[in-house]
Design a protein around this ligand. Structure first.
Ligand code: DGY
Length: 470
């Protein structure tokens, strides 16, 4: 369990200055959503454990409690599939029955696939971007600042989690990239983590929805305005794709043969490249075999090459690729900054990406409340300022850009994103996402990963040990 030692805001304000109320509030959000060995993504809208949320949450928790941070990943990986897949949702058996749809009963993966965990807590059949190795390494790095005992424990944790991380990345490099292109194929927009982004509009438009039972939109119960969530035409397709995946017995090869939605996702693939770099560092710590290290290195190199092929010189962004239609999906979204996230981009590509980031198409738009990139460029037809990934600003996306800019040696540009993000959250709260022009908080409140990235940002200005003892 996360320590319940609550912070005295007054005391910490004196000790640490103006950032402290934010630290206290971030801790409170994580505490509120703490379920013991794992953290629900948000209070009511997301009562389960989501895969990439958990990885970001572990990064934030590392600044509060190293053991609890490690436990977050351990719990998630306890539900890894036999194939190595880390499921996108681990369903909380104690969540109220009408809190989330489609839940464990609808997915019923254990009944369809011998590779799924056979007993509850059950999981979905999808996966999400692999931030986990980055999180595991971050835990180990933070532990190094805490002291020798913490570092030794974190090293033991890396030894324990490494084989699972390796199996997860191998699954992505094989089952999810049979072409060995270096790019991961997703077969559902939910797997991208950016569900209703116009990135998927072209591929979804080609899908004909067949016979389906009526289904409840439980997600709409938890928010004020339905326009903040995906539209019903999108949900019909999401649920239809789930039906097809189940019909294929959640079998990767069968899905690959028959599925109407197969897309090479550049953001997912870029995160995998960065995660493979993190895995290489972990492999060094745990003294993994040369053979495994060579494989991980090969996956990272192949990923960079794949991203290079998706680079669009006119847009100065990377584009997803629709395998079914055999063409790129030309939409300007934050996912296009994939080469920055993968790291080690060419210098001229870095210049082009920074130019694009600061242009009116993204963070340089003159009407933005804070100079932070909207998830979809306001210049795009599919832009919608309030709708989920169609325009709102997402703190986790900004964390990825901040982290990548630091790795690219662009510390000053990274600091601007950090500052604007902290101002946004200090003023508007720990929302899931924000309207880019008014700054209005949208979606779910008290979102765990928003709190987690705030803690990691603050650790950059305030030492972790101080956050921990505050
Ligand atoms: C949801 O239910 O909105 C999730 O994004 C699916 O993972």
């Amino acid at each position: 369990m996360m320590s319940s030692r609550n912070i005295s805001v007054v005391r910490t304000e004196i000790a640490l200055g103006a950032e402290v109320p934010l630290i206290a509030r971030a801790r409170h959000v994580l505490h509120l959503n703490d379920m013991g060995g794992w953290t629900r993504a948000a209070l009511s809208l997301y009562p389960h454990q989501w895969s990439w949320d958990s990885a970001f949450i572990a990064i934030g928790l590392a600044h509060l409690d190293i053991r609890r941070a490690a436990q977050e990943l351990r719990t998630l990986f306890a539900h890894q599939w036999m194939t190595g897949k880390v499921p996108h949702i681990v369903f909380n058996p104690t969540a109220p029955p009408d809190s989330y749809y489609p839940g464990a009963d609808h997915w019923a993966c254990a009944a369809s696939s011998p590779d799924a965990p056979p007993a509850p807590p059950y999981t979905s059949c999808l996966c999400q971007p692999p931030v986990h190795a980055i999180a595991a390494l971050r835990i180990w790095e933070v532990a190094g600042h805490v002291g020798e005992k913490a570092r030794a424990e974190a090293t033991d944790f890396l030894r324990e989690i490494y084989p699972r991380l390796f199996a997860w990345h191998r699954y992505l490099a094989t089952f999810r990239d049979p072409e060995r292109s270096g790019l991961v194929t997703i077969y559902h927009p939910w797997a991208s983590g950016t569900d209703n982004s116009p990135r998927w509009d072209g591929a979804l438009a080609a899908i004909e929805v067949g016979e389906m039972d009526a289904y409840p939109r439980l997600d709409l119960k938890h928010i004020d305005d339905p326009s903040e969530r995906p539209a019903s035409a999108e949900y019909d397709r999401y649920l239809w794709l789930v039906k097809l995946i189940k019909r294929a017995g959640c079998d990767e090869r069968a899905i690959y043969r028959s599925h109407p939605f197969l897309v090479k996702d550049v953001l997912f693939s870029a995160i995998l490249v960065a995660a493979n770099e993190a895995l290489l560092e972990i492999a060094e710590v745990v003294k993994a075999s040369d053979e495994e290290r060579e494989l991980v290195e090969r996956w990272a190199g192949r990923g960079r090459k794949g991203l290079e092929e998706c680079w669009d010189e006119k847009l100065n962004l990377c584009l997803d690729y629709d395998l079914r239609a055999d063409k790129p999906l030309r939409v300007r979204t934050v996912a296009g900054f994939a080469p920055l996230i993968a790291g080690q981009q060419r210098p001229e590509q870095l210049t082009a990406l920074l130019g694009e980031l600061d242009s009116v198409a993204f963070a340089g738009h003159p009407e933005l409340r804070w100079p932070l990139p909207p998830s979809t460029s306001p210049k795009e037809m599919g832009f919608h300022a309030r709708s989920y990934w169609r325009g709102p600003v997402w703190p986790v996306a900004n964390w990825l850009l901040w982290w990548s800019l630091i790795r690219a040696g662009e510390a000053e540009r990274a600091a601007q994103i950090r500052r604007a993000s902290l101002d946004q959250i200090a003023e508007e709260g720990f929302a899931e996402y924000f309207e880019p022009f008014s700054g209005e908080p949208l979606g779910s409140g008290e979102q765990s990963w928003t709190a987690a990235v705030v803690l990691d940002w603050l650790a950059d200005g305030v030492r972790s040990a101080e956050i921990r003892t505050a």
